[in-house]
Write a protein that binds this ligand. Structure first.
Ligand code: BGC
Length: 753
């Protein structure tokens, strides 16, 4: 029987291989013939990506795009969607260009297209990889129905600086979790088969190290050792590629002194030769022309550098179309280099099925695919699982709606903020506010409302938010708003203050030098606190904030991020205990800005922190620990962990060790917990972090229930890059930690022999 199964399996694999290789031959034949008919200019045209301006995502807008399409000078466009708009452009290609090569249509579909899910940092806080993959699948379905073929996602940049605005679009500070999420998103978008019209092509970004911008200023210089690069920052890009990502985007920053877009070591030696990436490489927005500002030479010089480094597609700069014909003629760029880039882009179009159907994906009814009940449920699940209970005194939450509850703050009735940035295809006007959700879900409640303050300080308001996007300015001054709020608070039993950041205070070009609540919000919160009423602080924001004062003075703090279209109802259900919170933060929350960078997997140093010695690594003016560590998140119930048990204290190369921990729900209601496993390599040929996440599992436990959670540690999980950049494990002693956050000290020791 066993033999028959093996035989059948082998036969299936052989047939599948044959099919793949015959598809490859078919594609090669088609592309050889097409490219044989293309002029050099037409090939260069395929390397040109222009923006259509439905959304503005960069400093320059492409001009005369339709004429350039007719002239065969455009390979793809982005910032455009809807069946009609896409159909019209592909019609232009089919009726008015010589070779009728369909356009590739891209867009930043970051956390939803029409239906907006929680921002990526919030999705990461679910620690639910299957959920994240399902989201990517439905997002792809919705985007493809709107004529899109290509999303500029996943954004897998590792980040340790919450001042950087784009942390909202990332999975946070951990390489392992970030890699798992990156793979899930690629699988969800592409499903291993781009010919399926409800998929879209992914684009891993921003290669590389974009998240390490100095000081958290967007687009800033990056400088780091190869060791840190290989061990911490590069793995998520590599993981996404191994999961089958078909394209990758360069970053704006330099890597080892050379801008990523023109960095041959990065784009060729590492990406193509070491990692065997076969898809195509696109520049980030005008990053080819920006190399002039970096000081890499004039227009011709930076173009030559970019294509020779391994860049295939130029986004918006139009330097390839302007300069490559002459560079090829002069021999500075080989024609084969242009051919190879063009072929990679045509291959992507072929795999997407665009040569068979340039209207790919838009034949169905886009409307129906947008608003399905299933999608709504998925979105709600994501919002519910992403909300993190940062602090609870155990009495204030969940809320009891027999009490008089004041809802105060500029975000109670705000629609736009719920969606976060990168949500331009969605209609935020349809989003249910927290207040609307409250009134419909808890209709018997005694709720009052006061705005309390403007969302942002008056000095910032015109710069940061535009009123058309729902951030309404009114004429009342700060003191009046606070007075009204205090009156409302005084007539209530408990106050819920809903504060945070406007939607455009995180995301691209939204670095902040101070990541506390804005001073006007803080003034409101202090006034509310002075009433002596118990306060719940509900936060909406796209990054970790500094919340030391709030943690010291406020009874309960709930981090809801920018929770997407179902955010209002999810927050209400969490506040009233219909659903028990279960999210866990994936970025450390510092106590103050001076602690940054602060992350859980730091190195021990020669003078590790100690309370008892002056001469150890610390600041003298702040506690050494973060306010909330990576992996932290509370529940309305409590989970107790048994000591870690190991199957053996000795591991050999072919015998892994199993670590088991019994997790018990010792509280009064059912809840979900993410059990986390960390490892410390005690002695290495290079210094090793004090802890590294290696595994996790989300479990659900009824009140009083216990479960054994087992984690198998293999020697492979102990590998790291040594100083020769070899991926190795080293024999010796290790610690294994298990617990509900990175701060766990529940530990066992084993030896790899
Ligand atoms: C961003 C990218 C984005 C691109 C296209 C750039 O400014 O850095 O993440 O994909 O614009 O909109």
């Amino acid at each position: 029987m066993k033999k028959i199964v093996i035989f059948l399996l082998a036969a299936c694999i052989t047939t599948a291989c044959r099919e793949v290789s015959s598809q490859r031959t078919e594609m090669d034949g088609f592309l050889d013939s097409l490219m044989g008919r293309m002029t050099l200019e037409e090939k260069i045209g395929q390397l040109n990506l222009l923006t259509m301006g439905f959304d503005v995502t960069g400093p320059r807008i492409s001009k005369g795009v339709e004429q350039k399409i007719r002239d065969g000078h455009v390979g793809g466009v982005f910032n455009l969607w809807t069946p009609n708009a896409v159909r019209k452009l592909q019609d232009t290609v089919l009726t008015q260009t010589r070779l009728k090569i369909p356009l590739l249509i891209g867009y930043d579909v970051i956390h939803g297209h029409r239906t907006i899910f929680p921002i990526p940092l919030a999705q990461a806080a679910t620690w639910d990889i299957g959920l994240i993959e399902r989201i990517a699948t439905v997002v792809a379905d919705e985007a493809s129905a709107d004529g899109l073929h290509w999303t500029f996602s996943p954004m897998v940049d590792l980040v340790r600086d919450p001042r950087w605005g784009r942390v909202s679009d990332t999975a946070g500070e951990d390489s392992f979790l970030g890699s798992e999420i990156a793979k899930a998103m690629v699988r969800g978008y592409e499903q291993g088969d781009l010919s399926n019209e409800s998929t879209i092509m992914s684009c891993v970004k921003h290669f590389a190290l974009y998240g390490a911008a100095e000081g958290g200023r967007d687009y800033n210089t990056v400088d780091m050792s190869r060791l840190r690069m290989y061990n911490d920052y590069l793995p998520p890009y590599k993981a996404a590629i191994e999961a089958g990502a078909s394209s990758i985007m360069t970053s704006f920053n330099e890597v080892d002194g050379i801008p990523a877009t023109g960095n041959r070591w990065l784009l060729t030696d590492l990406l193509r030769e070491q990692w065997k990436f076969e898809g195509f490489v696109v520049a980030d927005y005008t990053s080819v022309s920006e190399m002039e500002n970096h000081g890499m030479g004039d227009k011709a010089a930076v173009t030559e550098r970019a294509i020779n480094a391994g860049l295939d597609m130029d986004m918006v700069s139009e330097y390839f179309t302007d300069e490559l014909p002459a560079l090829v003629k002069s021999g500075k760029v080989k024609e084969e280099t242009v051919n190879a880039a063009c072929r990679r882009i045509l291959e992507a179009k072929y795999k997407l099925g665009l040569f068979d159907n340039p209207y790919r994906g838009i034949t169905g009814d886009a409307g129906t695919r947008v608003s399905s009940a299933e999608k709504f449920e998925l979105n709600r699940e994501a919002a519910l699982k992403s909300i993190v209970l940062l602090k609870n005194d155990g009495r204030t939450l969940p809320l009891d709606d027999s009490k008089r509850i004041a809802f105060v703050g500029p975000l109670v009735k705000n629609r736009r903020t719920l969606l976060g940035s990168s949500a331009a295809a969605a209609d935020w006007r349809e989003t249910e506010t927290l207040w609307e959700a409250l009134c419909s879900r808890r209709s018997g409640g005694r709720f009052t409302y006061a705005q309390g303050c403007h969302l942002v300080e008056d000095s910032l308001i015109r710069r940061m938010t535009d009123q058309q996007n729902g951030n309404v300015l009114d004429d009342r001054c700060g003191a009046t708003l606070i007075r009204e709020a205090v009156e409302v608070a005084e007539r209530s039993d408990v106050v819920v203050a809903v504060l945070g950041e406007a939607y455009d205070m995180s995301g691209e070009a939204a670095g902040r030098s101070d990541i506390g609540l804005l001073s006007n919000q803080k003034a409101l919160l202090r006034a509310l606190e002075a009433t002596g009423k118990p306060i719940v602080l509900v936060l909406m924001n796209g990054r970790p904030l500094t919340l030391q004062w709030e943690d010291d003075h406020i009874e309960a703090i709930v981090e809801t991020w920018l929770p997407g279209a179902c955010g209002g109802s999810a927050i209400v259900d969490i506040l009233f205990g219909e659903v028990n919170p279960s999210g866990k933060i994936t970025m450390t929350f510092p106590r103050n800005v001076g602690q940054i960078p602060i992350y859980y997997n730091y190195k021990n140093t020669g003078r590790p922190y100690s309370d008892n010695s002056k001469f150890t690594v610390k600041h003298i003016d702040v506690e050494n620990s973060p306010l909330y560590p990576f992996g932290h998140g509370l529940s309305y119930t409590q989970f107790a962990y048994s000591p870690v048990r190991l199957s053996d204290t000795v591991m050999t190369v072919d015998r892994p060790v199993e670590a088991t921990v019994t997790v018990s729900n010792v509280g009064l209601r059912s809840g979900e917990e993410t059990v986390q496993f960390y490892i410390r390599d005690l002695v290495g040929s290079v210094t090793r972090p004090v802890k590294e996440l290696k595994g996790f599992r989300r479990i659900k436990l009824e009140a009083g229930e216990s479960e054994d959670v087992t984690f198998t540690v293999t020697p492979d999980m102990l590998k790291f890059y040594n100083s020769d950049l070899e991926w190795v494990f080293e024999r010796g002693d290790f610690l294994l930690f298990a617990g509900g956050s990175s701060a766990t000290d529940n530990v066992a020791r084993f030896t790899l022999e």
